[in-house]
Design a protein around this ligand. Sequence first.
Ligand SMILES: NC(=O)N[C@@H](O)C(=O)O
Ligand code: NI
Length: 164
Amino acid sequence: MADTIVIQPLTAPAFAPFGDVLDASGEPSQVINQGLCGRYHDLADLDFQGPGAKAGISLFRSEKRSLPYTLEMVERHPLGSQAFLPMTLEPFLVIVCPDEGGHPGAPRAFRTNPGQGINFHRNVWHGVLTPLCDPGLFTVVDRIGEGNNLEEFWFETPYQIVET
Ligand SMILES: NC(=O)N[C@@H](O)C(=O)O
Ligand code: NI
């Protein structure tokens, strides 16, 4: 019998152990461009380690997922952080796990608010990009470089990610 994980709304405090929440809410850090633009400054801990490491910007066009979502695996990137920045105002599913002795602990599932992006900190267990609506178009900022930056963990029994 699969364990079920109930999706929670994404908040910065709840996500803080795993990464950063990026959104243009509240007052901007700076008002620029002759007062016509708010800059929400330096919102993410970008962390790229190892030989030849640099920041890369890629575009992902991903199939949407439906709920309940069967979580079979999580992964982590030991050499770099990874940011998912939606290019639409649609929500997406964000799944993370604490690390327990080198293996993922119980998953936590969050639904983003419209316009929110996230940045997984380096080496944090996470589910792969999971849009909930089409088009699943995202800008992804992550590490480009040599070496193996992907570790996968497949659960013996998948989890069911549910709305309530
Ligand atoms: N593999 C890849 O580029 N994407 C994954 O890391 C992911 O988290 O979706
Ligand atoms: Ni990833």
